[in-house]
Design a protein around this ligand. Structure first.
Ligand code: NAP
Length: 300
């Protein structure tokens, strides 16, 4: 994104909320994750990179993990510029063997894993009746199976070293509602929500907290290419958000940072929705859009 575009975006956000810049950068004063190691799947691009950077700035050593070397190289460069200690690991989260090797590599480099962020995903728009088994399996494989394989591998490590740790999965706000046009992704994200609630209870005795973040529309080039490639699509989506703007990757990262931090030490099994109110829409009746708003109290 050009500097002019970034300035433009910041001024729109500032006009909406004068303190937004402060919220984006300074949520925590101290390095609350010093000495911890975080694995972020899909951490080379978009929201995953913003999460990796936010956790790294708070002192965590970072492992970014995904398939494309190009994405990993660009992510490593960005993390270095931000002063984060990090390594990149090539992984296809659909492959349990790859996932075990990712965990082994992280342990070899940093000795322990304290935080896992299940962020890797794939998605495309398709009517349910036209979706092939391959298309279904591709998305279920990355999002549902991949989140389980990673949670299982990292959870086993956390349990074997005596417990304590934090797992956060990135859902989508349509985990609450379903999503006509992306049945594979909606089903997978809802599955990961159930996985989050299940693991939160199962692994509480190991002091492993398990939570999720459910973003709405977030500026991200990777998702934009697949899901909202035109200005018209972007504008239509903006109109569905009560806060009347798109979120930033940093705003999702701040939610993850809160959930993995000691400030959320008593929070587990929770889904934090970060969507400007989008999934609530206008309420089921849309009363304020009917042109019939009563101007006086009943009986007056
Ligand atoms: P993105 O940049 O396309 O991120 C997807 C990441 O997943 C990429 O880094 C990709 O890296 C990785 N990935 C895909 N398949 C993989 C596999 N098999 N194994 C390992 N890594 C894999 O898009 P994004 O918008 O930042 O999305 C990040 C997360 O936010 C996703 O969970 C998405 O569902 C969620 N989300 C986004 C929005 C939004 O508006 N942007 C809204 C709701 C939810 P490689 O290509 O290198 O493998």
């Amino acid at each position: 994104m050009s500097n002019a575009a970034i300035d433009d975006r910041r001024s729109i956000q500032k006009s909406y909320h004068p303190h937004v810049g402060v919220h984006l950068r300074d949520m925590f004063a101290a390095r609350v994750l010093d000495g911890q190691t975080a694995v972020v799947t899909g951490g080379g691009t978009g929201i995953g990179l913003a999460i990796a950077r936010a956790l790294g700035r708070q002192g965590a050593r970072i492992v970014i993990a995904s398939r494309s070397q190009e994405h990993l190289d660009a992510g490593m460069e960005a993390l270095r510029e931000s002063g984060c200690e990090s390594i990149a690991v090539s992984v296809d989260v659909r492959q349990p063997g790859d996932v075990d090797a990712m965990v082994a590599r992280a342990l070899e480099a940093f000795g322990r894993i304290d935080i896992l962020v299940n962020n890797a995903a794939g998605n495309f728009i398709c009517r349910a009746e036209d979706l092939t088994p391959n298309g279904w399996n591709a998305v279920i494989g990355i999002v549902l199976n991949g989140s389980f394989y990673c949670s299982r591998a990292v959870g086993r490590h956390m349990i074997s070293r005596g417990g304590a740790g934090s797992i956060v999965s990135i859902l989508a706000n349509y985990a609450w509602t379903g999503s006509a046009g992306t049945i594979h992704s909606a089903s997978a994200k809802a599955g990961v929500m159930a996985m989050t609630q299940t693991l939160a209870v199962e692994w509480a005795r190991h002091r492993i907290r398990v939570n999720a973040v459910a973003p709405g529309p977030i500026e991200s080039p990777g998702a934009a290419r697949q899901l909202w490639p035109t200005d018209d699509a972007v504008n239509r989506i903006t109109k569905t958000v009560p806060l009347a703007r798109w979120g930033t990757a940093e705003e999702v990262a701040n939610a993850v940072l809160f959930l993995v931090s000691p400030h959320a030490a008593y929070v587990t099994g929770e889904v934090l929705t970060v969507d400007g109110g989008q999934w609530l829409g206008r309420g089921t009746f849309g009363f304020l859009d009917l042109g019939t708003t009563p101007t006086s109290e009943p009986g007056s």
